[in-house]
Design a binder for this molecule. Structure first.
Ligand SMILES: NC(=O)c1ccc[n+]([C@@H]2O[C@H](COP(=O)([O-])OP(=O)(O)OC[C@H]3O[C@@H](n4cnc5c(N)ncnc54)[C@H](OP(=O)(O)O)[C@@H]3O)[C@@H](O)[C@H]2O)c1
Length: 245
């Protein structure tokens, strides 16, 4: 199958490097230089492309989705930091009847971690002596904060622990309310991505940690997602990909 890459930074390059292993051909690469405001996306440049994969920047991704879907092509989105525009994107996808798959984290390990957190949080719901918090660390060039993955982890905790109702994403220059879940971030050096979920009590603390060692896991997950999405219509996430095996 053939793909087009939208964004040729760390992730775009890693996907290009690994594509051949999955018998996937990279037909076209859109970069900031050749694709400002999605102007390079048209019928001709998407010719023979089965699925597009976007790992660009939050300020470009929605324009890219709009342009790609207007030419009836399916798209996998790894870019984070745009989820406040989800309703608009859903409308674009439905109007153009394309296949759309997004995930804040394409790594197999993190998707297993999501499932572990569901069941763990469900247990902690019963023991209110434990207070949860989430912390993530990424390389200093990451533009959005907190990470999309940290927000997904936060949603999981909120969905399972009834005493927590909202996320608090700022530096806490105040006492947190008992129903607030603190999500904090550090930006430093070259860290690929680390997510901690902490459950703290007077007696002890329990920590779940996921550490990404390199970008290959994300890139492989995005390629597998593109294979899954070929020929499909509708909105999907990595959960659909993983449960399809
Ligand atoms: N879901 C996941 O599993 C996962 C994993 C890793 C990263 N991510 C996310 O994926 C995104 C990309 O990560 P990255 O590490 O590859 O970042 P990166 O190295 O900064 O690469 C992003 C690239 O997109 C380019 N770009 C900007 N506007 C564009 C446009 N209109 N069309 C095409 N390309 C454009 C940027 O160019 P300039 O630098 O010149 O602006 C940059 O080269 C980020 O949002 C990151 O948080 C997600």
């Amino acid at each position: 199958m053939n793909i087009a890459l939208l964004g040729y930074g760390n992730m775009g390059k890693e996907i290009e490097r690994l594509a051949a292993e999955k018998n996937i051909v990279v037909k076209k690469i859109f970069t900031i230089e050749n694709n400002l405001r999605a102007m390079a996306i048209n019928k001709e440049t998407l010719k023979d492309v089965d699925v597009c994969i976007d790992f660009s920047v939050p300020t470009a991704v929605v324009e890219n989705i709009k342009a790609v879907s207007s030419f009836g092509k399916n798209i996998v989105v790894g870019t984070t930091g745009w989820y406040d525009k989800m309703k608009d994107v859903e409308k674009i996808v439905e109007k153009n009847k394309i296949g759309f798959l997004y995930s804040p984290n394409f790594s197999l390990g993190m998707n297993i971690f999501f499932q572990i957190l569901y069941s763990t949080s469900h247990i902690f719901d019963k023991f209110d002596c434990y207070d949860p918090a989430i912390h993530e660390t990424h390389h200093r060039n990451k533009v959005d904060s907190p990470s999309g993955t940290a927000l997904t982890l936060g949603q999981i905790v909120l969905s399972q622990i009834r005493r927590k109702n909202k996320m608090y994403q700022e530096t806490a220059h105040k006492q947190l309310k008992s129903d607030e879940l603190h999500i904090s971030s550090t930006r430093v050096g070259n860290v690929v991505g680390q997510h901690h979920v902490l459950f703290d009590s007077e007696a002890d603390s329990i920590e779940l940690i996921h550490t990404a060692k390199n970008r290959a896991g994300f890139a492989m997950g995005a390629l597998i997602a593109a294979q899954f999405l070929k020929g499909k219509k509708g909105i999907y996430t990595m959960k659909d990909v993983i449960t399809s095996f």
